[in-house]
Design a protein around this ligand. Structure first.
Ligand SMILES: Cc1cc2nc3c(=O)[nH]c(=O)nc-3n(C[C@H](O)[C@H](O)[C@H](O)COP(=O)(O)O)c2cc1C
Length: 242
């Protein structure tokens, strides 16, 4: 399949063939490809929980209101945001960038570029990603909106808006995963209908982690799991050329 065929093949499948296994290594490879998704500041504050254990799938299914898209799934991938890892990621990025800049940038710009990365990841990122019961977000919002009165400024700085930043990036990884799976002829369904507290408990996730979405995986059971033709609103309604 070419890319257009892959995108047309991908449907949200709500019922899978229950006695046909996916190749776990291939699914794992699709998760690896998902990490190529673009993501905010390259922070990669995501985690992928690949569930192949039937007992655990059944427990997740129960916490997902027993949707057939989960009860009949052969495997699950649970996409999780990990804002709590921001300091660790910043360190990893700076360590990488020091070598990367030294090897790939003109010598005269090394010091300036490394310094800029250090300021960004040691100062701006901790300022944006720190959380304290919503209060730090209010302080950030006041500062950034005040600055924006005088010059363009990033103002989506409340703790809720910052969480949206992580979920956007994680969802791009989920979509990249689903496209990679479709390319293998595998089916998926993105799911947000679940009890996130129960899922977090099942996965033993830390309090700061958030479930972005569950993607169930399997082989489509004929047309049983696809509810007829695909509906999209007329393109003219959503396309604006300016
Ligand atoms: C974030 C997100 C959450 C979704 N949650 C569910 C869900 O809980 N259950 C479900 O059956 N489908 C769910 N879907 C699938 C959508 O209903 C589906 O993508 C949409 O109807 C378009 O159909 P298509 O994916 O076949 O093109 C979800 C999709 C997204 C992107």
């Amino acid at each position: 399949m070419n890319l257009e065929e892959v995108l047309n093949f991908r449907r949200s499948v709500r019922r899978y063939i229950t006695d046909k296994d996916l190749d776990t290594e291939k699914v794992k490879h699709c998760i690896e490809l998902a990490t190529l998704a673009p993501n905010s500041s390259n922070m990669q504050l995501w985690e992928f929980n690949h569930i192949t254990n039937r007992e655990l799938i059944n427990k997740v299914a129960k916490a997902s209101f027993s949707q057939p898209a989960v009860t009949t799934a052969n495997q699950l991938v649970i996409f999780v945001t990990r804002q709590d890892l921001h300091r660790h990621r910043s360190k990893q990025i700076i360590a990488f960038e020091r070598d990367n800049i030294t090897q790939n940038s003109p010598a005269e710009s090394h010091e300036r570029r490394i310094k800029a990365r250090e300021i960004y990841y040691n100062k701006a990122i901790p300022f944006l990603y720190a959380r304290f019961f919503g209060l730090l977000g209010i302080v950030r919002k006041l500062i950034t909106v005040t600055v924006s009165l005088f010059r363009p400024m990033f103002i989506n700085t409340t703790e809720a808006e910052q969480r949206a930043v992580l979920h956007k990036s994680c969802a791009l990884a989920a979509q990249t995963f689903m496209i990679a799976m479709a390319n293998e002829g595998y089916d998926t369904c993105p799911i947000e209908g679940f009890d996130s507290r129960r899922i977090k408990k099942l996965l033993k996730l830390p309090a700061a982690a958030e479930i972005n979405m569950i993607v169930s995986c399997g082989y489509r059971d004929g047309n049983k799991g696809i509810f007829g033709e695909r509906f999209r609103v007329p393109f003219d309604e959503v396309y604006k050329q300016l």
